[in-house]
Design a protein around this ligand. Structure first.
Ligand code: EPU
Length: 416
């Protein structure tokens, strides 16, 4: 079990290249099996979730080679349509393989992802979308089975703009006869990245980034090469760290438009942030004041993934900061741990109120999820003395060399 040991009180200074986006590369890896051929993905972050996805691809029959930040997937010999429970368990987003395998094989069987640390996380919208395309769906012994001799283009209206359901619908629609229109689609930048990759693979698809996506055909190409977009949540993590620690940090390969709500919130707290075409620079005194309320919403609203990170930045900010979590029912699990440092946080249902305190004191903490775990490390960076974050591997799922990245900026942090 990795433990992150932090000694707080250091300012952050320097330059950091932002990793490729976990939430873009995972659906793109699933998409690589569409139509066979070889896919070369560059700027892939090295993460345990990516390793789990590589295991799934190899199980399905792909040849996969990984070197540094490049992954090459040869999917010509995909021969299985079942993912065993042990592989599904390693990563919640393995559900992305449902649309991809159905499109490639005409059938898919995988275990229904259970609840997780963020809440119940149902997949009803994914299944409804596949059903609309003509898949027959059955469930047996905890497994979902989808079958379709031939998927047919259709109008899929999502009751909620779910990221995963939008991605599954896009993948399955690539194999459908006729045009598919997805309305109330999620608009996240990762959906646009998936569209860009699908175009490289030979899909006729447009509209990603808006709420209407159209897929009208797919002529598979033998070779596709794609650079994974920069990770907006990793970028907002380092921005929040620099904001509360104080200092001067330049994030390279950071696309400000992708996390503008985070930037605007930090500005309202007193940070000086300059945005270039592919960099973001923050200067902060470390003495912040409570800013505008943080209300999480689907993109382009404030991202739920950055809520805990922003909360860490607010723990010592003067005044009261308000957080409203609208996406996941269980995304305040970092709160009791932050209180152990001396943070003053009250919660009521989906609302948390943080009253800034003068001092935090280091303590042993437990990471309960990826972003919550990273937020505890950030809180440790502004606490006096030593904070140990005990983690069952959550942070490694989403951050490449997290301790190295923060220590390269001057933080006193070790991963043991
Ligand atoms: N929902 C349903 N039914 C469905 C699907 C979703 O009710 O069939 C609900 C969920 O329970 C949740 C809400 O809709 O309350 C949003 O879920 P969504 O499907 O949009 O999220 P996701 O696809 O499961 C992705 C990211 C998450 C990120 C969310 C929201 C990946 C691999 N995961 O999850 O990232 O928080 O979108 O932006 O892309 C993370 O990186 O730490 C992470 C959890």
């Amino acid at each position: 079990m990795p433990t992150w040991t932090v000694h707080g009180g250091k300012k952050l200074k320097g330059k950091l290249k932002i990793q490729g986006a976990k939430n873009a590369v995972l659906p793109i890896m699933a998409a690589s099996i569409l139509g066979g051929g070889t896919s070369r993905l560059v700027n892939c972050p090295q993460l345990s979730d990516i390793n789990a996805s590589v295991d799934i691809l190899r199980h399905l029959g792909c040849k996969v080679s990984c070197r540094d930040n490049e992954i090459i997937i040869d999917s010509d010999n995909v021969c299985k349509c079942h993912i065993p429970h042990t592989l599904m368990l390693k990563m919640r987003s393995s559900v992305m393989y449902m649309g991809a395998i159905l499109a490639r094989m005409g059938e898919v069987r995988l275990s229904r992802p259970g609840g997780c640390e963020l809440g119940s996380r149902p997949i009803d919208l994914h299944l409804k979308a596949l059903k609309t395309l003509g898949a027959e769906i059955s469930e047996e012994r905890g497994e979902v089975c989808c079958r379709a001799k031939q998927l047919r283009g259709a109008h899929i209206h999502l009751d909620f703009p779910s990221v995963g359901a939008t991605e599954n619908a896009m993948l399955a629609a690539c194999a459908a006869e006729g045009e598919t229109v997805i309305t109330n689609a999620a608009c996240e930048p990762e959906i646009v990245d998936l569209q860009n990759f699908l175009r490289c693979k030979g899909a006729q698809i447009s509209g990603a980034g808006s709420s209407v996506i159209r897929i009208s055909g797919f002529r598979p190409r033998k070779f596709a090469c794609h650079r994974i977009m920069a990770d907006r949540i990793a970028a907002s993590t380092y921005l929040c760290a620099a904001a509360s620690c104080g200092g001067d940090v330049l994030l390279d390969d950071a696309i400000a438009n992708y996390f503008y709500t985070v930037i605007t919130s930090l500005r309202s707290m007193g940070c000086d942030i300059i945005c270039g075409s592919n960099y973001v620079r923050i200067k902060s005194s470390g003495r912040l004041k409570a800013g505008r309320p943080i209300v999480t919403k689907p993109y382009p609203g404030f991202p739920t993934d950055s809520q805990s990170l922003m909360m860490a930045a607010c723990l010592k900010a003067e005044g009261t900061s308000v957080f409203v979590e609208n996406i996941f029912e269980n995304r305040f699990r970092h709160v009791p741990e932050m209180r152990r440092l001396g943070a003053d946080i009250r919660t009521e249902g989906r609302v948390a109120m943080v009253s800034g305190v003068e001092r935090l004191s280091g303590a042993p903490l437990n990471a309960s999820d990826l972003r919550g775990g990273a937020a505890l490390v950030l809180a440790g960076l502004i606490a006096d003395g030593e904070t140990c974050v005990y983690d069952t591997g959550h942070i490694d799922r989403g951050y490449e060399n997290f301790a190295y990245a923060l220590s390269s900026l001057g933080a006193d942090i070790k991963r043991i």
